[in-house]
Design a protein around this ligand. Structure first.
Ligand code: 2U9
Length: 344
């Protein structure tokens, strides 16, 4: 019995020594120290031993058991340390790997165009002014020679908030407010960019909300030729020095005389193509000499002061400049469209 126990101990310690993984150790533990293991069996069979043998074998069996358990625990710690080492090695982060590319944003095409137009007019001495998008009927219509019942009010179906308050249909009220602020005493030379609202059904060329940039120059002795000179410079800076402009007579309630301005078509160079509808010219903005009644209502004496005004839609300018075929591209915010216009 003594030899058997010593043999079992030797055998078990050898297996512990050979174990390569934690699961091997567990197998050894179950095989030698488990309830059905040989040492337990020896202890169970103690009753059959003589009185003298019993304590000797009992002590030895416990010792063997303890030795194997100690070895198992020692080896377990070693294997666990090796496993942890391996795991740390596998999970190491290679800080020298290149990072994932980050999508870089950029200004919206409309923001860029508005900024470009602003810069051009600032260069010609205009100041940039902004005003409220929620306007009074007075500043949006009345002060611009559009009294109640004027047919042009029907042309501009508007978003009314109350009978007297609406979302502005153009940026002209900002100019009317500025003239009022200057009190008819000093010249006005300004542009006003901003959002405007009209009750239109959205399609490729209409949007219920769009952008306008309007300009106003009020001073003593302002002439139509000043308007033509400023707009000619704008057109050439914006679309290229090789573009020509032409003014056609038109009508706006707030300007008299009124004009519309065309630029020569870049696609066909004035010969006529589908872009310019075979005319060789493309309409880009409207303008005229400020109506004396508008000057008067804002506190400027029309016998002393006069002025020119103009208005344009930056979406249309961008569409012509970059060949964008649908105004809704500006508002859908599809990054595949927008990122084409991000400058590097
Ligand atoms: C005041 C006096 C006169 C602003 C003007 C236009 C002509 C014009 C449109 C072009 C396309 C706007 O974007 S658009 O829909 N505008 O043609 N705007 S004259 O005249 C003013 C403004 C303010 C006090």
């Amino acid at each position: 019995m003594k030899e058997k126990l010593q043999e079992l101990e030797k055998e078990a310690l050898l297996k512990v020594n050979e174990a390569k993984e934690l699961k091997d150790l567990q197998e050894v533990r179950v095989a030698y120290l488990g309830k059905k293991g040989p040492i337990t069996e020896v202890l169970r069979g103690m009753g059959k031993l003589s009185k003298e043998e019993r304590p000797v074998i009992g002590e030895l069996a416990n010792k063997v058991r303890e030795n194997i358990a100690n070895e198992l625990d020692g080896k377990k710690s070693t294997l666990e340390a090796i496993e942890l080492e391996k795991q740390l090695e596998n999970e190491t982060i290679d800080v020298t790997l290149p990072g994932r590319p980050v999508q870089i944003g950029g200004p919206h095409l409309l923001t860029s165009i508005v900024g470009e137009i602003e810069d051009l007019f600032i260069g010609m001495g205009f100041e940039v002014r902004e005003g409220p998008e929620v306007e009074t009927d007075y500043y949006n219509f009345e002060a611009l020679n559009l009294p109640k019942g004027h047919p042009a009010r029907d042309m501009q179906d508007s978003f009314y908030i109350t009978e007297d308050i609406l979302l502005r249909t153009h940026t002209s009220p900002v100019q009317a407010r500025t003239m009022g602020e200057y009190n008819g005493e000093k010249p006005v030379k300004m542009i006003c960019p901003g959002k405007v609202y009209r009750r239109d059904t959205d399609d490729a060329t209409h949007s219920h909300q769009f952008t306008q940039i309007e300009g106003l120059y009020v001073d003593k002795d302002v002439r139509m030729s000043d308007l033509k000179g400023v707009l000619n410079r704008f057109a050439k800076e914006m679309f290229g020095e090789d573009r020509e402009i032409r003014l056609r007579p038109s009508f706006f309630p707030f300007t008299e005389p009124s004009v519309e301005m065309d630029i020569s078509c870049k696609v066909c160079n004035g010969k006529g193509c589908s872009v310019c509808k075979k005319t060789g010219w493309i309409e880009i903005l409207g303008g005229g000499m400020v109506h004396p009644r508008v000057l008067e209502m804002a506190g400027y004496d029309p016998d002393v002061y006069n002025g020119f005004a103009f208005g344009m839609g930056p979406e249309r300018i961008a569409m012509l400049k970059y060949g964008v075929d649908d105004i809704r591209h500006f508002y859908i915010n599809d990054n595949r469209f927008l990122k084409q216009y991000h400058k590097a």
